[in-house]
Design a protein. Structure first.
Length: 330
C-alpha cells in the first residue's frame, strides 16, 4: 500500500489552561488523504473543520495550538517542525485558499504582484518571469484580459474574480496539497458553480490533492469523492461521498440531510436538528451528539463510541447505528 500524502493521527487542538483542564476544540481526530484525492470535511459551524485545516497549514489563531497528535505530510512530521522549515513547505508543497475573497487579498497591492510573490520567493523566479507566470495563472483561471487584470487592485474586482485570484495564488507554485476553507461562501450560486468546476479541473490537471471544508452538502457532493462528517471536534462518519449522502449511518449525518433542501423532492418537509451544539468548555460525557439525538440510549452518555466499519470505505461512530438503520430499512 502507498503512503497517504497527508496522514493525520489522533490530532487534538485546543487552548492550554494554567489553572484547570485544557479546552479541547478538536478531539483525537484521524484522517488521511491520498495523492490526487478530493477529500471533504462537512459539519455545522464550530465543529472544528477550519481549525483542522489551519493546523495542517500551521495557521492556528493565537492561543490555539496542537495539544497532541501527528500530522504527516508525505511521511514527514509537521507537528513540531521549525517555523522556517514549515514555511518553505507552504506554497510549493501545501497551499491554502481562504474563506473570504473580499478580505483575504492585500488591498494595497496589485493582484498580479500578489500572485507573483510566491513564485519569486519559493521558485526563485525573476520579477519579470514571476509576472509572466501570474498572467498565465490568471488566464488558466478563466479571467478575461489577464494582463490588464494583473494590474488591478482587489477592490476593482468582483467577488468571483477575487476568488479566481485566490485560486491562481494557491496554485502558482504547483502545490501537491490544496487546503480550501469554504472558498465559495460569499459567492452566488452561478459563480460558485464556476469556481468549483475551475478548482476541480486545475487540481486534476496538476495532480494535486484537495482538502475541502464546507457546511454545504450540495457543494460537497459536487466537489469531493470522499468525506468526513464532523461534530463538536469529532469525526462521526466517513466514507465515499455518494455512499454517505445516499445512505447515512450516523444520526447527525441524517439530521444534516433531513434539514437541507432537496431539489429532487421540492415538497419534502425540512426537519431541523433540535437543540444546540455543546459548549466545548464543558463537553458532555460520551457521544457529544447524544443530547440532540432521538435515538440515544444510556450507553451513549458513557463513552465516545469508536469508528465502526459498516461497509467498505464507510464508517460511523455510533453504538446504535446498525440497529437504527436496519430498523429503518425494514
Amino acid at each position: 500500500m502507498t503512503t497517504p500524502l497527508l496522514d493525520v493521527k489522533s490530532l487534538t487542538i485546543g487552548l492550554r489552561r494554567k489553572n484547570g483542564p485544557d479546552t479541547i476544540i478538536v478531539d483525537d481526530l484521524s484522517l488521511d488523504i491520498e495523492r490526487g484525492e478530493r477529500f471533504g470535511i462537512v459539519g455545522e459551524s464550530g465543529s472544528g473543520k477550519s481549525l483542522t485545516l489551519r493546523a495542517i497549514a500551521d495557521l492556528l489563531p493565537k492561543g490555539v495550538e496542537v495539544l497532541s497528535g501527528s500530522i504527516l505530510y508525505d511521511g514527514v512530521e509537521l507537528v513540531g517542525m521549525p517555523v522556517a522549515q514549515r514555511r518553505r513547505l507552504m506554497g510549493p508543497q501545501i497551499a491554502m485558499i481562504f474563506q473570504e475573497p473580499m478580505t483575504a487579498l492585500n488591498p494595497v497591492v496589485r493582484v498580479g504582484d500578489q500572485i507573483a510573490e510566491g513564485p519569486r520567493r519559493h521558485l526563485g523566479l525573476s520579477k519579470a518571469d514571476a509576472q509572466t507566470l501570474a498572467i498565465e495563472m490568471l488566464a488558466k483561471t478563466g479571467i478575461p484580459d489577464p494582463a490588464r487584470r494583473a494590474r488591478a487592485y482587489p477592490h476593482e474586482l468582483s467577488g468571483g474574480l477575487r476568488q479566481r485570484i485566490m485560486i491562481a495564488m494557491a496554485l502558482s507554485c504547483g502545490p501537491r496539497l490544496v487546503l480550501c476553507d469554504e472558498p465559495t461562501t460569499a459567492l452566488d450560486v452561478t459563480v460558485q458553480h464556476q469556481v468549483l468546476r475551475l478548482l476541480e479541473e486545475l487540481c486534476a490537471d496538476s495532480g494535486a490533492s484537495l482538502a475541502f471544508v464546507t457546511h454545504d452538502l450540495a457543494v460537497m457532493n459536487q466537489t469531493c469523492t470522499d468525506l468526513a462528517v464532523m461534530y463538536a471536534g469529532h469525526i462521526v462518519e466517513s466514507g465515499r461521498v455518494k455512499d454517505v449522502l445516499r445512505s447515512p449511518r450516523h444520526p447527525y449525518t441524517k439530521g444534516l440531510l433531513d434539514s437541507a433542501p432537496d431539489f429532487d423532492q421540492p415538497d419534502r418537509r425540512l426537519v431541523p436538528i433540535p437543540g444546540f451544539p455543546p459548549n466545548l468548555a464543558s463537553r458532555p460525557g460520551g457521544c457529544p451528539f447524544a443530547p440532540r439525538c432521538r435515538f440515544a440510549v444510556d450507553s451513549c452518555t458513557v463513552a465516545m463510541p469508536p469508528m465502526e466499519v459498516l461497509a467498505p470505505y464507510h464508517q460511523a461512530a455510533c453504538t446504535e447505528s446498525r440497529r437504527i438503520f436496519e430498523e429503518e430499512a425494514a
